[in-house]
Design a protein around this ligand. Sequence first.
Ligand SMILES: Cc1ncc(C[n+]2csc(CCOP(=O)(O)OP(=O)(O)O)c2C)c(N)n1
Ligand SMILES: [Mg+2]
Length: 556
Amino acid sequence: VSKITIGDYLLIRLKELGVRHIFGVAGDYNLGFLDQILSQVGLQWIGTCNELNAAYASDGYARIRGIGALVTTFGVGELSAINGIAGSYAENIPVVHIVGVPSTLTQKHKMLVHHTLGDGRFNVFAEMYQKITVAQAYLTQLNAAQEIDHALTACWLYKKPVYLSVPTDISYMRIDKPKKPLYLTYKPSNQKDVNQFVEQAYRLFEHATHTVALVDCGAQRYPMKPLILNFLKQTGIPFANRGMGKAIINESHPQFIGNYNGDFSMAGVQDKVEGADCIIGFGLMPSDLNTGIFTEKLKTDLTIEIHGDSVQVQQFVYPVMFCDAIPALTQRFVEQQYTKNRKIHQFSFRQTDKPQDRLINQQRFWPQISAYLENNSIIIAESGTSLFGAMHMQLPDETSYITQTLWGSIGYTVGALLGVCVADPDRPAVLFVGDGSFQLTAQEISTILRHQLTPTIFLLDNSGYTIERVIHGATMSYNDVQRWNYKELPRIFGNNVWSVQVKTEKELARVCIERHQHKNKMAFITVTMDKMDAPELLLKMAKLMAQRNQYNPTHL
Ligand SMILES: Cc1ncc(C[n+]2csc(CCOP(=O)(O)OP(=O)(O)O)c2C)c(N)n1
Ligand SMILES: [Mg+2]
């Protein structure tokens, strides 16, 4: 059998999964492996300014390409990335984290080398990662093939990050070439379970007079979209989406009835969803910000839930995969001849009047900007006022909508923007990010410019942490940030940028049109807003958030 190095074996497997770019930061414990990346045909190295941004970029990349990968160095590098990897774990994003670690011999003799804690504990960082990855491996010559295959398959199967330690001397040891490609097939479900689930779901559906489907982020993590589209088409059932499930199915779909978010739903949607006597949930993730701070009133005994690797009807859970569940359910429901001709009140978004010569505010910004978004875009909204503004914004067709609503680590989106641009440079990428969040990871603009990527960035400059101000401490100094000269900033990092600042609605409208004359550049648009101005949705939800935090005993 022909032999290859362990490093090349790993890279060949990553390519099989769809990885074409690897993010990260060099360090002496991974340099040899980086040489292997650079000489591997079909793979490109994307060096980032720091490891946290590499983790965010890999996460963004994975949300577009299905999987992402990063390389960091021992201790110092991997711990910088750990927040990002925890985010991928929370949000179910498959990311492969490869760490170059000291040689087998160095570790065996517990030598006092750099990037250790100085106490001979070489496994301490890997132990930290055990809690936030779904598989871990410490590669040796004997186990490498098996461990790599196992970890990568787990990453793909469970849509969670995995962690691989590669000692410096191991990358170049030789093992057998892979004999066949990775086995990437969802485990077939037990037919008995499928039947039982479908019959039980059908009984619920059969007696229902008003059925509604609810689409959420899990429908993106596992490739449910074509199956859901067929389900909707065959059954004629109307659907709403949760905030995190926005635009997975086009918001122009004739059966779309709006965004459901408990008491904070779009107008008229709450009654339709909560008034249903059968609900079919695709990929539901009922976190605080995704459920209107737990104000949803969905009845479990009327709900059928389809997740990536399990389904639930009433209180019964079956280990049935989505790819078996959705087609079976579709087929069974169609037999009932669901009243397709029943009129669905398709949702229509609020339109704003013409841009005026007045200062931009949040209430008018979001509907105004949505008119300029193009089909097939990748739209990213950072935690902060952006997330809440975008939540009720109309998104164009075939959009990938990215937020980190559960993990909510500010600064995530700037790194993620790099990742999505690298993953698909031909799609228009648009980022909405607050000034406070931007300050955490701003330097990754540099890498975006370095690779001539051309996203549009709307920087919402409102002099600090507006979202925090509306929750607590409106005028406290901890919610202020230094006011940067944002318009000039991108020029520090590179020249391929068109940077403008707008204050009025008319100026905003003009730059949205002018942007097209600068297609081959990054557009960096600083939008000045008042520091206490927040989307209505946020103002209302912030009250509940403040109550939950119970800082103020009078709220108890
Ligand atoms: C890593 C991290 N640190 C702190 C926070 C707490 N936090 C949440 S939102 C926010 C402020 C965001 O401010 P900005 O980006 O300016 O948004 P806006 O002013 O539009 O609300 C902070 C500090 C967090 N979510 N993540
Ligand atoms: Mg701000």
